[in-house]
Design a binder for this molecule. Structure first.
Ligand SMILES: Cc1cc2nc3c(=O)[nH]c(=O)nc-3n(C[C@H](O)[C@H](O)[C@H](O)COP(=O)(O)OP(=O)(O)OC[C@H]3O[C@@H](n4cnc5c(N)ncnc54)[C@H](O)[C@@H]3O)c2cc1C
Length: 465
């Protein structure tokens, strides 16, 4: 059963016109027939380079071979052995930089659409109402473990520990659970119902979830340890936005992407029925080239503004954003201005942003990581008008937990330092992972840390009992 087509089965997608004003999901998912056809493009090669390229080594040929035979439940079971949240990864992972990049099919055409198939398998299973059967039951009777933060890393660690019958409680600063998956990634990429189903897997496993609890303020790490928690996993992410430190950042109409996206995703600022609206945005310029910049631009577009432009200092090929999101943004008529970097935001007499001063850039060598560096082409300064600026140039670890935990060591960038294994910190019984340790990264790397933390915690506690 080999399908020799050189191109992927295309993903059914809401038209750009239809999605211009809606936050409904853009990609609609494969049907059974399409999924089987696409699965048959997998050559089940012996070397399995896709598995080596997956940070959590999902048995990709294994689950795809189940789809080929119509055993969709079996496909999901294979994925679940390595990935507790395929419904999320199938939607947001950068497959083109990982599993699909390694696919042997790329030698002669497009890679197998692994992400679309992962999404299909998980979705089929979710909709079959047999979810709790795969999720399984827990009997929380072992040590009490606290998990700080309910992003993908905390959710994974909590779920894996609950499967081993630890008594797990998640403490989350915000009122909703999911971390960036709920406050950052817009619903048109990751619908709320999908995330709710993922969170429900934790509830089915008796994980306790406490919201509106800011660790380091409401209660400290030491107080948690003294109140009966035997270990703590810190997965508090990297939610502190970076700024450009240029003139005019304090002007009205200049947002950081975190605030802009949180207002939309958590406070319904795009709806006039709620009382935290965003003011009229007009022409918007988003600064940055990652997923955050693309999400902010696409949200701005949906708010019915004027032109939305992404300004990025490097070229298109260097954009860290997922390829499909860049393509969707182009279809949605978002403009791109490459090789430009802002120098100053200029306001009107009322302190409202009116234009941006920028310089043109050109490639010049590479930085330590091998990534292309840029320098100004000349001293010439250009201007572009703007009614709103959204800054999306990265984020870093919030210092609250390290500051309130004196013996928790951090590296020079403020990220929590790992002292042994993958997740053990300088403080006994305190583990850390995800963006809080790696810096702003990916959902799959956060899941990987969560799995490793659960393994190390359970090993350390088995050694004690
Ligand atoms: C807009 C946006 C789009 C993205 N798109 C993608 C994508 O398409 N694909 C991809 O792979 N990655 C994407 N990423 C990156 C990815 O979402 C993150 O790498 C991932 O969510 C990190 O997971 P985490 O669990 O470590 O932290 P987070 O998801 O940041 O979760 C941390 C949680 O901890 C909570 N917290 C923080 N401090 C405290 C405290 N003191 N007490 C209690 N709780 C606390 C926070 O409120 C948050 O809920 C995106 C990021 C953003 C911002």
């Amino acid at each position: 059963m080999i399908n020799n087509s050189k191109i992927k089965e295309s993903m059914p997608t809401r038209s750009a016109k239809e999605r211009a004003k809606t936050f409904e999901e853009v990609e609609l998912g494969y049907g059974e027939e399409t999924a089987i056809k696409e699965a048959c493009r997998c050559l089940s090669c012996m070397a399995k380079p896709c598995v080596s390229a997956c940070p959590i080594a999902v048995d990709i040929p294994g689950f795809i071979s189940k789809i080929k035979t119509g055993d969709f439940k079996g496909a999901c079971a294979v994925i679940n052995k390595s990935n507790p949240f395929p419904e999320i990864c199938g939607r947001v992972c950068s497959q083109e930089k990982q599993c699909e990049k390694a696919c042997i099919r790329r030698k002669t055409g497009e890679p197998v659409a692994i992400g679309n198939l992962e999404r299909f398998a998980s979705e089929y299973f979710e909709n079959s109402n047999e979810n709790s059967e795969l999720v399984g039951k827990s009997n929380p009777q072992k040590y009490k473990i606290a998990v700080v933060g309910s992003g993908p890393s905390g959710m994974t660690c909590a779920l894996e520990l609950a499967k081993k019958d630890f008594d797990v409680t998640i403490f989350e600063a915000l009122h909703e659970f999911g971390g960036v998956l709920v406050y950052g990634i817009p619903k048109f990429r990751l619908p709320k119902e999908i995330l709710n189903k993922a969170v429900n897997k934790l509830k089915l496993r008796n994980v306790k979830m406490i919201n509106n609890c800011l660790i380091g303020n409401t209660i400290t790490i030491d107080e948690l340890l003294n109140s009966g928690y035997s270990a703590i996993y810190i997965s508090s992410g990297a939610g502190l936005p970076k700024f450009m430190n240029i003139k005019g950042e304090g002007l009205s109409g200049v947002y950081c992407a975190n605030e802009f996206l949180t207002r939309i995703n958590l406070m319904n600022a795009h709806s006039s029925d709620y009382d935290t609206p965003l003011t009229e945005l007009g022409d918007v310029i988003v600064i940055g080239g990652g997923n955050v910049a693309i999400d902010a631009a696409r949200c701005a577009k949906r708010l019915g503004t004027g032109e939305v432009t992404i300004m990025y200092r490097r070229g298109e090929a260097e954009m860290p954003a997922r390829l499909s999101e860049v393509e969707h943004a182009k279809e949605e008529n978002i403009k791109f201005e490459f090789f430009k970097t802002p120098l100053e935001f200029v306001g009107d007499e009322d302190g409202k942003i009116k234009e941006i001063k920028y310089q043109n850039m050109v490639y010049f060598g590479a930085d330590n990581s091998g990534r292309k560096s840029v320098i100004p082409t000349s001293n010439e300064i250009h201007k572009m008008r703007a009614d709103t600026i959204i800054i999306a140039i990265g984020s870093e670890t919030n210092p609250l937990i390290p500051r309130s935990t004196p013996d928790l060591e951090c590296d020079e960038f403020g990220k929590i330092a790992i002292k042994s294994g993958f997740t053990r910190t300088s403080k006994p019984f305190v583990y850390a992972g995800g963006d809080a340790v790696i810096g702003a990264a990916t959902v799959i790397s956060a899941i990987d840390s969560g799995k490793k933390a659960a393994l190390e915690i359970s090993k350390d506690f088995e050694a004690r009992s």
